[in-house]
Ligand binder design. Sequence first.
Ligand code: ZN
Length: 141
Amino acid sequence: MSLEDERIAELLRKHDLKATPQRIAVMRVLLNGGHYTGEQIYNEVKKREPSISLSTVYNALEALENSGLVRSFEFMGVTWYEARLEPHVNVICVDSPERKIVDVDINVSSIMEALSSKGFVVKNLSLVAIAECNKSSSLSS
Ligand SMILES: [Zn+2]
């Protein structure tokens, strides 16, 4: 096991998850940053673990999400997964052919306060914006 895998295994155990090779492999992809569909993760993981099945990947994703290590959101029937846990808006660029997703940090405290004042105990806040991104000055890179 590589040092990186060891570190991921430790992270999983800290969240009361058994550190199976499949979960480690899935988490390793997500920790690269960015947003992935289950199928994209499957294709990445398969390079290292050729015998893994798509359903195993989805089972691993479910376990990781239930333990709070991974977040997901949906857009047009597709579920996207990410390991970025800080609250942010996932901006989906509908004017980019590959449906680029950009993370934008925002202060969500007013949303959280509004929800908790109504008695909600928020477990996960998922914010998705559908946007035209070509005109955005923050995407000049
Ligand atoms: Zn994101």
